[in-house]
Design a binder for this molecule. Structure first.
Ligand code: BGP
Length: 475
């Protein structure tokens, strides 16, 4: 059998992209709420345009999203119908601590997730929980400047202590920070950073990265103290960089870009700053304020497994060809002429999935967990309400085959696979609903119109069959 017994098949979502109910249950405002759809979105996500509250004339898709806050029982029942073994979701930090710096948590928020986890368990689904998927309470940004401030480490420690204590026995698998390397690309979304005019952005980003890395190590320590059975993972926006050509300058460029991403997991998995990162920070004159205690907690509390998202590989050149700019999950690069692209310009590269898996396994020698993979595409609803999303099936089939080869041919140890957005949800990069990933269609458009009704796409039955056969039947 290709996939091991107990392989965790499922799907992944994030609180801010599906829950909605942004002002219900005592929830406080978060950075993810105030990221608008439309032209300003990019600048807000990047921390270049300060928007710390709702402004007139903008539409904010996270306010209602797909209203999973009120639909979660129905949605989990649909996941169960597909046979999900696991469901990856994230906690909205400001549901638990509305401001972020309180000492006492909001019981309504805790109860909401407890019910949700119990609902999963009722269906035999193992929750896989991201502690923060881009969330940061707005108060922590206004008052402390977001993750640039070391104080956030203490607030995060408080958060995780509450979560691990409350959900002990209910949740085994945890991820500390979603796509932690996103700090370098979308710093407001990734770490609640807003930049002042003339500020050394890179220095602020690496400061925030350091604080998150320390917080992540503390979370690992606290989890293992509360419940030694808990498994803590890091989470990387992965996708290896290819050199554009065999020109050594291109190869070197790709190596540097890969290190920029590996840096985070190098610290979380090995427990110390790699030499290349120390040298880089030294050269740039960046002092992240490493303390002896930071060093100790990072060294003693490395992650149990490595999780990552994979959408595509990236391609880079020392001297980019004119007009050859490529796209893909906000990572800049050049277009790879060998690969087809999605409707949003993301390169489609199943073999690159196998390559990325091997790169990560070679480097860390720890079990891997693919926690995001999928195709964002426009769906057409037929007159009878059905949706024939064969393109999505093809994409997933090819990627599952590549993952299977990494397991059977290359011997990679893999815990599970969750597709991104098993139910249509708000796109992180664009704020659109029309960039759909789901097996389940949600009737809602980019402007927020629609009934929110759920319906099964063709891929629903396909994925059900994949799971039932433990990945043997991909036809
Ligand atoms: C990752 C994020 C997700 C998700 C996904 C797809 O970066 O972790 O939150 O949204 O990418 O990206 P998009 O929604 O932009 O298509």
């Amino acid at each position: 059998m290709a996939f091991p017994d107990g392989f965790l098949w499922g799907g992944a979502t994030a609180a801010n992209q599906c829950e909605g109910a942004y002002n219900e249950g005592g929830r406080g405002l978060a950075n993810v709420d105030v990221i608008p759809h439309g032209e300003a979105r990019g600048a807000v996500m990047a921390g270049e345009r300060k928007m710390l509250d709702f402004e007139d004339g903008f539409y904010y898709p996270a306010q209602q999203a797909i209203d999973m806050y009120h639909h979660y029982k129905e949605d989990i029942a649909l996941f169960a119908e597909m046979g999900f073994k696991t469901y990856r979701l994230s906690i909205g930090w400001s549901r638990i601590f509305p401001n972020g710096d309180e000492t006492e948590p909001n019981e309504e928020g805790l109860a909401f997730y407890e019910d949700l986890f119990r609902e999963c368990k009722k269906h035999g689904i193992e929750p896989l929980v991201t502690i923060t998927h881009f969330d940061c309470p707005i108060h922590l940004i206004k008052e402390y400047g977001g993750w640039r401030n070391r104080k956030l480490i203490d607030f995060y420690k408080n958060l995780v202590t509450v979560l691990f204590t409350r959900y002990k026995g209910l949740v085994k698998y945890w991820l500390t920070f979603n796509e932690i390397n996103m700090i370098l690309h979308l710093p407001f979304m990734g770490a609640g950073l807003v930049f002042e005019e003339g500020e050394d952005r890179e220095a602020v980003e690496y400061q925030a990265a350091h604080n998150e890395l320390v917080a992540s190590a503390w979370a690992t320590k606290i989890a293992h103290e509360i419940d030694p059975d808990m498994m803590i993972g890091c989470m990387l926006a992965a996708g290896s960089y290819y050199p554009y050509s065999c020109d050594p300058a291109d190869v070197r460029d790709a190596q540097i870009k890969n290190q920029e991403n590996y840096f985070f997991v190098d610290v979380q998995s090995r427990g110390y700053y790699p030499a290349y990162a120390k040298k880089f920070l030294e050269r740039r004159g960046i002092d992240v304020g490493m303390t002896a205690e930071d060093e100790k907690v990072m060294a003693e509390n490395t992650v149990d497994f490595i999780s990552f998202s994979y959408y595509s590989t990236r391609c880079t050149a020392a001297n980019p060809p004119e007009g050859g700019e490529g796209q893909g999950n906000v990572f800049k690069g050049v277009e790879n002429p060998y690969l087809a692209k999605s409707q949003w310009g993301w390169a489609i590269d199943p073999l690159g999935f196998r390559i990325t898996i091997n790169d990560l396994y070679d480097r860390y020698q720890k079990p891997l967990f693919v926690v995001e993979n999928g195709l964002g595409a426009k769906d057409e609803v037929n007159a009878d309400g059905t949706i024939d999303d064969d393109y999505r099936i093809d994409f997933l089939r090819q990627h599952i085959e590549a993952m299977r080869d990494a397991i059977t041919e290359d011997g990679v140890e893999m815990l599970g696979y969750t597709t991104w957005g098993p139910i249509d949800l708000v796109s992180a990069s664009t704020g659109e609903m029309s960039k759909r990933y789901g097996f389940i269609y949600v009737d809602r458009d980019d402007a927020g119109n629609g009934t929110l009704a759920r319906s099964r796409k063709k891929s629903f039955d396909w994925y059900k069959k994949v799971i039932a056969s433990n990945g043997e039947d991909l036809a």
